[in-house]
Design a protein. Sequence first.
Length: 187
Amino acid sequence: MIVRIIMLNIILSFLMSCSSGKLSVIHSYKEPKDTISEAKKELSPVLLDSIQATEEIKLDTVLTIAYGACYGKCPVYDITLYNSGLIIYTGNKNADRFGQFSLQINTEEEKIIENMIVHNDIGNLSDYYPTDKEATIPDFPLTKYFFKIGIKSKMIIVNNSPPRSLTQIEKTIHSYLQTKSWKKIAN
């Protein structure tokens, strides 16, 4: 009987610690600010120096990818690409980098991502993968994709088996992350 109670406590502790990590990723997404002046209220001085836009240009999210927790040591981080070419990386748990970092990609690179979103018709993809909920794997982390082009936006949650168009966009953005210099902006 004591063994059962101990095992039950261990299992409950494990499940509670994993679910709390997943909830933190769900709540880490923030709505994009309408203008740079609105965004500046929340940004650190180091990050403000990296924004290469004028007050008239609307600072808007093009893409956010949030990688969630799993039962193991999956990296928990998110990446946000803005229409100015600014990329913000926030490493939370088991990630290569911890804290918040920024980098600037050029306009051509940012437009490549936007074109991939438009040409792959992301808006018509399913909201959840795998599309058959029975094929969901409980131990796999959830990856959340938020896309916004103009006034259209789309949220896609992937447990496993993402469509090729999502993996292509993800590989492209990660290729930029590997070849650029990061600035640490917050712990």
